[in-house]
Design a protein around this ligand. Sequence first.
Ligand SMILES: Cc1cc2nc3c(=O)[nH]c(=O)nc-3n(C[C@H](O)[C@H](O)[C@H](O)COP(=O)(O)OP(=O)(O)OC[C@H]3O[C@@H](n4cnc5c(N)ncnc54)[C@H](O)[C@@H]3O)c2cc1C
Length: 320
Amino acid sequence: MRILVFLEHAGSEIQKNNLGVLAKAAALGAEVSGVVLGHGVAGLAEQAGRFGAATVYVADDAALAAPLPQPRVDVLAQLQADQGFDAILFAGSVLASDVAAGLAARLDAGLNWGLVDLAVDGGRLVGTQPSLGDSVYVTVGWQGAPAIGLVRSGSFEPKETGGSAQSVPLAVALEEFSSRVTLVEQLREASEGPSIEDADIIVAGGRGLGQAENFALLEELARELGGAVAATRAVVDAGWYPYATQVGQTGKSVAPKLYIAAGISGAIQHKVGMQSSQVIVTINKDGNAPIFEFSDFGVIGDLTTIVPKLTELVKARKAG
Ligand SMILES: Cc1cc2nc3c(=O)[nH]c(=O)nc-3n(C[C@H](O)[C@H](O)[C@H](O)COP(=O)(O)OP(=O)(O)OC[C@H]3O[C@@H](n4cnc5c(N)ncnc54)[C@H](O)[C@@H]3O)c2cc1C
């Protein structure tokens, strides 16, 4: 089986979730190729090689500098016409979702999204897809080729193989209609520390924080732990914290090693975005809050007292 993995990058790094998909594709015993699209991206092929890609196709062109989907669909459609991959996999992100959907439409191919696992069954790729609010897992397949799959973020851990990839440059020829959209302005939110997609530790806050200012308590704990701060929809809707940090059904799915949930009740729509975390620690003043049902450790009490104490403890451990 030949699998192509779309490799999205931020600056000079391929994003962690994409490297996780590469590792999974390699673990399936497939012949794994990656594709990098952008401007000034040739150096990324080496990184992809270290994480399991045997071949990396590189489309390095000023026309691909802006993170717009249609030019990427053009390049991928041409690459598929030339190479005939059995499957094309994407790690879930806003751009990847747009590109995957556009590519499926262009190739008249099937797209399964939100996949949390992949396997080969009888020589064919199958995926595992949570359904009905993540209450059941269904096995999904594809009719025809290529099988296009969008993997839920945080599903697979990257694995460094120490390999090296053959880098193959791609010519970039865009459809006329693909150049009609231009990026007028791109703003980056100033932030320190890892993003919630990349963090091994997440400190998440909900309405129990009482006010936006109390997010400072979580930020301090996250800083000491080297983690990132996330939020529930309730507090994002209230304008207490940015939308980019929302975890859940209408936010992001995360699967860190440690998820500390402070003042979060554990509504199903939040749970579906964080239940794959390895260890869940809850701080809630209501011992009957539903989140305790799927937490590994819990503290019943007021977060405004407990979180600062936890931060002090972490500082003391680090100092000692
Ligand atoms: C279609 C749809 C999509 C949705 N998508 C999402 C989504 O993507 N993500 C998401 O998070 N939600 C989502 N929601 C909303 C979800 O249903 C809940 O309303 C939301 O998750 C609740 O957020 P919360 O836990 O912060 O607030 P609450 O449910 O109000 O819980 C606050 C918790 O804080 C505790 N608390 C209060 N004070 C303290 C204190 N001082 N110390 C410690 N604990 C305290 C309380 O006991 C309570 O358990 C969605 C809803 C719908 C209908």
